[in-house]
Design a protein around this ligand. Structure first.
Ligand SMILES: [Zn+2]
Length: 137
């Protein structure tokens, strides 16, 4: 205060100096705020970029899972078809066997070795119970 009283000019200069220092400090604070804002904007952009990437990745994975499920479904459908085709073939064989059985000719005759009576279906291989010889009827 004494300084200000004795040397008013110096007081004014001091005041200006203080004001300019305050302005400097103010500028620096503003700079810091700007830097901080810029940093926050960058962080936000980075975060938005990451979120977009994650969304795209999720969509990609979802599509991949759907394609996989579709392939599995197709595979199962094909296997089911083959399965039913095999089952149909097996049933047809059973039907054919039943037809054959129905059409089989029953034959009775005497064993050519021991004259024991033999009976069976035509074309069937049979073993005589008495002389143990094997023959085709
Ligand atoms: Zn015999």
């Amino acid at each position: 205060m004494g300084l200000k009283k004795g040397f008013p000019l110096l007081g004014v200069i001091g005041g200006l100096y203080v004001i300019s220092k305050l302005a400097d400090a103010n500028d620096k604070a503003k700079e810091r705020r700007d830097d901080e804002n810029e940093r926050l904007r960058k962080d936000l952009r980075e975060q938005q970029r990451r979120e977009k990437q994650e969304r795209e990745e999720m969509i990609r994975r979802q599509a991949e899972a759907e394609r996989r499920a579709e392939r599995e479904k197709e595979d199962l459908r094909r296997r089911m078809e083959q399965q039913s085709m095999r089952e149909k073939a097996a049933m047809q064989q059973q039907i054919d066997a039943l037809y054959e059985q129905k059409n089989r000719v029953r034959i009775s005759r005497k064993c050519p070795f021991c004259s024991a009576p033999l009976s069976g279906f035509k074309g069937e291989s049979i073993r005589c119970r008495y002389c143990d010889s094997e023959q085709v009827l």
